[in-house]
Design a protein around this ligand. Structure first.
Ligand SMILES: Nc1ncnc2c1ncn2[C@@H]1O[C@H](COP(=O)(O)OP(=O)(O)OP(=O)(O)O)[C@@H](O)[C@H]1O
Length: 272
């Protein structure tokens, strides 16, 4: 397995020959096919591929929401074992996900305060005093440019789409997982909110040393946000490495094809 990396912290998560099949007999498909990876502390890794290439299946296996057909996941060098509730709970303290649709991510009957308090109970130290909890919730909102004192009493449906996306990130800030999986978190928002969310992900990496796995079909966004890029085609990682190398000197035909869809990547470009 890979060693620590000079630029990042320790290796947090590793996958070894991770595979997932669906269906049986003639209709069996291999959605993810023997992928290997090492993700480090404080690294943003993008997994990029077209629709159906296996990105979300990979994310769900990493999150522990879907068992692999074969292969293993190692967390901090230890083989992950999610069979017992206690071990699952411990793993989920360290890894969290944000998904495409902020509306479906929130219980619409919980006010902002309850949403954030719930994360403190589940993710962080449940023994924090009321004052410490409040401070944490306020800090989380400040981190994403939301005003806790104006919003704490509101329901998710009273927030704008952009505010809801920010609240999703605030929730992550409160929870403080070591690893965040962001599955197309910017697909429902306009270009301005998109760059804000990407900038917040980078801030989480820089200030909290969070490892972020960013799932997208958009190589341009991946290049903007990532340290490392893995290119996924038909369930396999066909190319992977530092973002600059993958984008400026692509080796695989599929990467070149994806790059053709973003023709101005190595020139000046904007997120619009
Ligand atoms: N629960 C399931 N049952 C059967 N097939 C599935 C299931 N989940 C995913 N698949 C199949 O596995 C393959 C990979 O799907 P996956 O959702 O991982 O791709 P993706 O790269 O995330 O696509 P998208 O960008 O459209 O979300 C697809 O062929 C999909 O139809």
């Amino acid at each position: 397995m890979a060693n620590n990396h000079p630029k990042y912290g320790e290796v947090l998560l590793q996958g070894k020959d991770l595979t997932r099949q669906f269906g049986f007999g003639k209709s069996k498909i291999t959605a993810v096919d023997k992928i290997n990876f090492s993700f480090h502390e404080g690294e943003i890794v993008s997994i990029v591929g077209e629709s159906g290439s296996g990105k979300t299946t990979t994310a769900r296996m990493i999150l522990g929401l879907l068992p692999p057909t074969s292969g293993e996941v190692y967390y901090k060098g230890q083989l992950r074992n999610l069979k017992k509730g206690k071990e699952r709970k411990a793993y989920w303290k360290n890894i969290q996900g944000v998904f495409q649709d902020p509306f479906s991510s929130f219980n619409q009957f919980f006010r902002v305060e309850t949403v954030l308090r719930d994360c403190i109970k589940k993710g962080v130290d449940a023994d924090l005093t009321e004052e410490q909890q409040l401070e944490r919730m306020r800090n989380a909102c400040t981190f994403v440019n939301l005003k806790y004192d104006e919003l704490y009493n509101k329901y998710p449906f009273e927030l704008s789409g952009g505010q809801m996306q920010r609240l999703m990130i605030a929730r992550i800030f409160v929870w403080e997982p070591h690893i965040l999986i962001a599955d197309e978190p910017t697909s429902m928002v306009d270009a301005c909110s998109r760059s804000t969310i990407l900038d917040m992900l980078m801030k989480l990496r820089d200030t909290e040393k969070m490892t972020i796995i960013f799932i997208t079909h958009d190589l341009g966004l991946a290049y903007y946000v990532s340290d490392t890029i893995y290119i996924m085609e038909k369930g396999r990682f066909v190319e992977g490495g530092p973002a600059d190398e993958v984008i400026l000197n692509p080796q695989h035909a599929y990467t070149k094809q994806l790059l053709n869809d973003v023709p101005k990547l190595n020139e000046t470009w904007s997120l619009n």
